[in-house]
Design a binder for this molecule. Structure first.
Ligand code: ZN
Ligand code: ZN
Length: 361
């Protein structure tokens, strides 16, 4: 494109006229005035290049004689090629410039957003029983995840015999005019080569990824507590167009147990004990993680007294080291006493010298 046409000046324009023309254009197309507009940026770059060449007498002379050196290849995206005033009166074109440009921007949909793809991490919930939490092991969660397309191996395209690009008719770029401005854009279908070796994958609509339901194995550490968030690396959504695959985060909830209450890695258990067992002492089995545990109740045990069974609690989900089982005695009186039991109680009362409320009030 002619540099004089780009600046909208005559070939005989003076340095002052060049400067005035450049200022006028810069006020409209400077990137600071139109942040993020790639089309405006392209115009401003070309206008600045044209001005820099023409304002330098030596370079201007060289340009007038030989034209521009071999132009650099566009890097892709929209390139502003210049203004084409053929067939339009100069004055009219100069005044409607900004309006035309506004039209172009509006038609092209403005700035394109960067392709950052969908959020790649996935989240799921896993509910397990208390016993399952104590044992640990592998559980499955079902998720709808975006995974690489099997048909094209995640590429989004399948190889075909080389052919001319239908989108740009082999030109490698498309060209269009708006008013007096000529734009070109590198062909996205063939990447500017004008040739096609692939066609878009029909299975995934060229996305390279598909959404599908999958069962994901989740390793659960023994002793896991409710609310724990487990991470399964690489089980999230696949990034579109070769983006990295995300992780799956599984939030565990553990059903409460009817007998055990967990405090850290210690388990608490209320142990009902009969009067005679508490008075005379007893040995018994209590439920515990894995196998039942043996407890010895010494003679004269009081209600509320606690016994700690080392290492019989829940395994630590981090270290695997078990906590303790804490057994709290609750003395249970018989509900109904037969005549013989009542007689024994009376004898006990006669025999008893201890005041159980001594010193309390
Ligand atoms: Zn595919
Ligand atoms: Zn093409």
């Amino acid at each position: 494109m002619d540099l004089y046409v780009i600046l909208g000046v005559d070939r005989s324009a003076s340095a002052t006229e060049l400067k005035r023309a450049y200022r006028r254009l810069a006020r409209k197309y400077h990137p600071n005035i139109n942040p993020g507009d790639r089309e405006t940026e392209a115009v401003f770059r070309r206008v600045t290049e044209a001005y820099e060449i023409l304002v330098d007498p030596e370079r201007r002379q060289d340009y007038d004689a030989h034209g521009l050196p071999a132009s650099r290849a566009p890097e892709g995206g929209i390139e502003f090629e210049g203004f084409d005033f053929s067939g339009a009166p100069r004055g009219d074109a100069a005044s409607s410039f900004g309006d035309l440009f506004a039209e172009v921007i509006a038609e092209s949909g403005g700035r394109r957003r960067p392709e950052d793809g969908p959020a790649v991490d996935l989240h799921a919930a896993l509910q397990i029983t208390f016993e399952q939490a104590m044992r640990g092991g592998v559980h499955e969660v079902t998720v709808t995840r975006v995974a690489a397309c099997d048909a094209c191996g995640g590429v989004g395209a399948r190889r075909v015999a080389e052919s001319r690009c239908a989108s740009c008719a082999g030109a490698g770029h498309s060209r269009w005019m708006r008013g007096h401005m000529v734009f070109s854009r590198r062909c996205a279908e063939c990447g500017g080569t004008g040739r096609r070796r692939h066609r878009p994958c029909g299975v995934c609509r060229a996305e390279g990824v598909l959404s599908r339901i999958e069962a994901i194995a989740v390793p659960v550490p023994a002793g896991v507590t409710g609310g724990t968030r487990l991470r399964v690396p690489g089980a999230g959504n696949a990034g579109s167009r070769g983006g990295p695959t995300g992780d799956l985060y599984v939030t565990v909830s553990v059903d409460p147990h009817p007998l055990f209450r967990r405090e850290g890695d210690d388990l608490h258990l209320v142990l009902p004990v009969a009067v005679h067992e508490a008075a005379l002492g007893a040995r018994m089995e209590v439920p515990a993680v894995g196998a039942p545990a043996r407890v010895r109740i010494p003679p004269g045990t009081q209600s509320g007294q606690r016994f700690r069974l080392r290492d019989r609690g829940a395994p630590s989900p981090r270290t695997g080291a078990p906590g303790d089982l804490i057994v709290e005695v609750r003395i249970v009186l018989p509900r109904v006493l037969d005549e013989r039991s009542k007689e024994l109680m009376r004898q006990l009362a006669e025999n008893s010298t201890e005041d159980v409320r001594a010193g309390l009030w």
